[in-house]
Design a protein around this ligand. Structure first.
Ligand code: SF4
Length: 249
C-alpha cells in the first residue's frame, strides 16, 4: 500500500481498528514504545520503555563506547525480539492484563504505538533486534535536585527530602509508607555527587549531539526540579547555540 494511504489509515481508524489492522498483523504483542519511547533516570542510571514496566539498570561500561545504550539496553532488545515473535515481555504486564479482559480490549500499547507513523512502526518491526534505535519520545531526569519536599514525593526524587532524612533520621511508624520511601535516603537514586562527572549524563549529551537531536520529537524533562539542574541549562544552551538543528518540542 502506498505510504500516503498508510498514513490516512493511521489517522482515521479508531483505536480498536488500529490494533486489528496495524498492530495485530505484525504480532500479538508488538508495541512501538519499546523502540521509540523511553524514560531515563540519569542520576540512578536506569531506564524503562513507557511508564509501566519496572526500571532496569543501564550498563555503565557499554555506554562508554555506545552512548545510545542509555536507551538500547540488552533487556529492551530482548523485549523487542519477543514482541517481534509475538511473545509477551513480563514487564509489560499492565497491558497484558487489560488485553486479557476480552478480544476488543484496547491497552496502552495501542495508544503508545499509534502516535508514530506507519512507516516507523514497520521499520521497528522489521529491524534486527540487536540494532540500536533512536528515540522519538523521551522523558529524562538528570538528577534529583529539588527545593521542595512534597508529601507525594520521596528522597529518590528530591534532594530536600534527602536532607530531611539525613538531618532528622528515618521516619518511623508511618502507616502510609508501605514501600519504605521515607525510611532511608535512597542513595542509589543519585550515584554521583554534585560536581562529579556522571557517565550517564555524558552519554546522553554525546548521543544527543550525534543522533538524538535529529529524531527526538517530544522531550519531557523531570527531576527533581529540572530548572535546578545544571544539565537542563546545558541542554537549553545547546538549543540556543544550535537553533533550527532539532525538531524537538
Ligand atoms: S506494551 Fe504496554 S507496558 Fe509495554 S511498553 Fe508498550 S505500552 Fe508500555
Amino acid at each position: 500500500m502506498p505510504n500516503f494511504l498508510n498514513a490516512l489509515k493511521n489517522l482515521y481508524v479508531n483505536d480498536l481498528e488500529f490494533k486489528q489492522q496495524v498492530l495485530d498483523p505484525k504480532s500479538a504483542s508488538f508495541c512501538a514504545a519499546k523502540w521509540y519511547n523511553a524514560t531515563i533516570w540519569l542520576g540512578s542510571g536506569q531506564t524503562t520503555s513507557c511508564h509501566h514496566p519496572p526500571a532496569h539498570a543501564i550498563d555503565v561500561e557499554e555506554i562508554k563506547t555506545r552512548p545510545s545504550a542509555i536507551h538500547n539496553t540488552v533487556e529492551k532488545k530482548i523485549d523487542r525480539l519477543n514482541m517481534q515473535l509475538g511473545n509477551r515481555p513480563r514487564g509489560c504486564e499492565y497491558c497484558w492484563k487489560i488485553e486479557d479482559m476480552g478480544r476488543n480490549a484496547v491497552s496502552d500499547r495501542v495508544y503508545k504505538s499509534r502516535i508514530y507513523p506507519i512507516e516507523a512502526l514497520n521499520e521497528a518491526y522489521q529491524k534486527p533486534h540487536q540494532e540500536d534505535v533512536n528515540l522519538r519520545t523521551l522523558e529524562i531526569a538528570f538528577d534529583r535536585t529539588c527545593q521542595f519536599a512534597c508529601s507525594y514525593c520521596n528522597p529518590a526524587f528530591s534532594s530536600t527530602w534527602v536532607r530531611d532524612i539525613q538531618r532528622n533520621g528515618p521516619y518511623e511508624h508511618l502507616v502510609s509508607d508501605g514501600r519504605g520511601h521515607f525510611t532511608h535516603a535512597h542513595d542509589t537514586s543519585q550515584l554521583y555527587r554534585f560536581g562529579e562527572t556522571n557517565p550517564y549524563v555524558e552519554a546522553f549529551f554525546k548521543w544527543w549531539e550525534t543522533d538524538l537531536h535529529k529524531t527526538l520529537q517530544e522531550l519531557r524533562i523531570t527531576g527533581g526540579e529540572p530548572l535546578m539542574s545544571a544539565e537542563t541549562w546545558r541542554l537549553i544552551d545547546w538549543f540556543k547555540t544550535n537553533q533550527g538543528r532539532s525538531k524537538t518540542y
